[in-house]
Design a protein around this ligand. Structure first.
Ligand code: 9MR
Ligand code: 9MR
Length: 583
């Protein structure tokens, strides 16, 4: 115990390390925001073997903790060696640095409760900054205020979407919605998973969101900001359904990507493009889910829940009648003009969308016909959610609706819980030997386009398991992935704009590039490492999967932002905040 006398420790430290440099060393990797008092606290040293580490007070005058590094670990992806500094037992609120003798100090970090609240709010606010068809006044947008862009009140029916009642060139009104990403187009498939992730967050933690405010124009109304923000996109989605038959257009887009300009000067004609089965099923799923949530807001939104359910049922019927309508951009371009070359979101497999739409309709209506309409539990392995893989969203919904299901649905839950737990265990397997001690990065395959969202989605899967079995190891695994996103990773970047010490400054995001403001729009999750380097930009530091990241505007394959990446970021950060007492 004597060793831990703070006075003795301070003196020893300064005597033995008088030459100790307080230079910042970027190879000490940690969550650059900080830690909860009672949660796991880990930093990773990337480099030659070291013995001990210290945690210093903000003044750097006091040593508040000292510890020994773990054995060296080899990063299977890069072969680089790392060591883990575990200072979980330090639980005093404060600002600190981690120091390694003769090496230097980390970025500063903080220990306090609600440590991720600001980041969670900012990530939700990130959606506000993506709003189409509205001005962002300074009152809400701060220095990133901007003019309205894309009114989308006169959108053309593209030849690929023409029907007798809506021939080519018909004008429809399809305002609002969020810009998909660094580009200004709006895509139903990607909107589907995004809205569903945010709605699921609300369904999982409704009480937490009563007091979670993001300073958006609707903050003063009686609806939680999470739902208000989501409604901005949901209302746009409703306009993407052809009222004459229930089919849903694939996207609302320019023929080609805009230049790197502000939204108000991007005024090329916009089109809605070909209806198809997958977009229509995604729409059906989201509208069914929205409907059951919005029912509680009958007073504020008198008919919206009903409109959503009607839209969902109509979409389902269209899909049943048109089960083979696929979106293939190149083939479509051979048949129709003008050619459309913006994001394709072409999905090769529709079985997961059928499962998702059927499940959400069943949960909301309790009509078992939906439950029996498709095989909800094919024997294939579970997969994390992504824009083209939505089966897991159905399962998360079933689990959270456990008490509201008919017997038919209830009987499948034990098996489903079991399968999801096995999936969670697989994610956690071997984490304690990993170079960064995180679930993210066990395999080079984790580093796909938008890898940051993959980390967040792994975290969500673990939290879903935690929700029904309360085993803290799943909660810790999720927190570890949040630490990954916020700095404990092979690049050293904190991937949420506006946060951390090593910040992403140049995301592939048109407003951030064109607004003349130094700092990018805050609260946006950068895609993250992706060895594909499809953008072919100059200057990548490495081809190694977990290091292949480039903070320049050019790099859309590693440094774009996107709504389907921000949503799991909001989910992970906010859910962990909601659960912080449990650590
Ligand atoms: O800005 C576009 C981004 O949103 C997309 O993800 C990306 C891939 O489809 O394409 C970007 O647009 C680039 C286009 O593909 C090629 N010319 C340069 C465009 C802007 O960098
Ligand atoms: O997220 C999408 C990724 O999975 C694809 O590999 C990539 C190329 O097709 O497109 C990504 O989505 C982009 C979309 O097509 C256009 N808006 C920007 C999206 C994020 O880069």
């Amino acid at each position: 115990m004597k060793l831990f006398n703070p006075l003795t420790l301070t003196i020893t430290f300064f005597l033995t390390n008088i030459s100790l440099t307080f230079c910042q060393n970027a190879n000490i990797r940690l969550n650059q925001i900080g830690f909860y008092p009672n949660a796991q606290k880990i930093a990773v040293w990337v480099g030659e073997k070291q013995e001990s580490f210290y945690v210093l007070s903000a003044s750097k005058k006091d040593t508040v903790f000292r510890g020994k590094f773990s054995e060296q670990r080899v990063n299977a992806i890069s072969q680089k060696t790392t060591q883990i500094a575990d200072f979980s037992n330090l639980n005093k609120f404060g600002k600190y640095f981690l120091a390694i003798p003769k090496i230097g100090v980390s970025y500063s970090f903080e220990i306090k409760s609600a440590i991720h609240r600001e980041a969670a709010i900012a990530a939700l606010k990130g959606f506000y900054y993506q709003r189409a068809s509205t001005e962002l006044p300074e009152k809400y947008a701060g220095k990133w205020h901007r003019k309205a862009g894309h009114p989308d009140d006169k959108v053309l029916i593209h030849a690929s979407a023409a029907t007798e009642k809506r021939p080519e060139g018909t004008l429809i009104s399809s305002p609002k919605g969020w810009y998909d990403a660094g580009d200004y187009n709006k895509y139903i498939v990607n909107s589907g998973i995004t809205v569903a992730t945010l709605l699921s967050l609300y369904e999982d933690y409704p009480n937490f969101f009563k007091t979670f405010e993001a300073n958006i124009p609707e903050s003063k109304n009686k609806i939680p900001d999470l739902l208000d923000e989501t409604l901005w996109n949901l209302r746009w989605m409703l306009t993407m359904q052809d009222p004459n038959d229930g089919g849903v257009y694939h996207k609302l887009t320019n023929p080609s990507f805009d230049g790197m300009v502000m939204p108000d000067v991007a005024i090329k004609p916009r089109y809605v493009i070909q209806k198809n089965t997958i977009a229509t099923l995604d729409f059906a799923a989201v509208m069914a889910q929205a409907s059951r949530i919005l029912r509680s807001y009958k007073k504020e939104l008198p008919s919206l829940a009903d409109s959503c359910l009607n839209a969902s049922i109509k979409a389902w019927s269209w899909a049943k009648a048109n089960p083979t309508s696929v979106y293939r951009q190149n083939e479509m371009n051979k048949l129709f003009d003008p050619d459309i070359v913006t994001g394709g979101y072409e999905d090769r497999n529709d079985s997961d969308e059928w499962i998702w739409a059927a499940t959400e309709l069943y949960i909301t209506t309790k009509d078992e016909t939906y439950y029996k309409a498709v095989n909800l539990f094919p024997p294939t392995s579970l997969l994390l959610p992504s824009w083209n893989q939505v089966q897991m969203l159905a399962y998360y919904s079933l689990l959270r609706s456990e008490n509201d299901l008919t017997e038919l649905g209830k009987k499948d839950l034990p098996n489903l819980k079991n399968r999801l737990q096995v999936f969670g265990d697989e994610l956690l397997k071997g984490v304690e030997n990993q170079a960064f001690n995180s679930v993210m990065g066990k395999s080079a395959k984790d580093y796909m386009w938008g890898s940051s969202s993959h980390a967040a989605n792994q975290g969500i899967a673990l939290l879903q398991v935690y929700r029904y079995n309360s085993d803290k190891k799943y909660l810790n695994g999720a927190l570890g992935n949040l630490d990954y996103i916020l700095g404990r990773n092979a690049t050293g970047y904190c991937f949420l704009t506006g946060f951390g010490s090593k910040q992403v400054m140049f995301p592939h995001h048109r407003p951030s590039e064109a607004d003349g403001i130094m700092e990018p729009v805050p609260g946006l999750l950068s895609g993250g490492p992706n060895p594909g380097q499809q953008d072919k930009c100059e200057g990548y530091p490495s081809k190694i999967a977990d290091e292949s990241f480039l903070d320049v505007t050019c790099s859309y394959s590693t440094n774009e932002i996107a709504i389907n990446w921000n949503a799991p970021m909001v989910y992970l950060a906010a859910a962990i905040e909601a659960l912080q007492q449990k650590f």
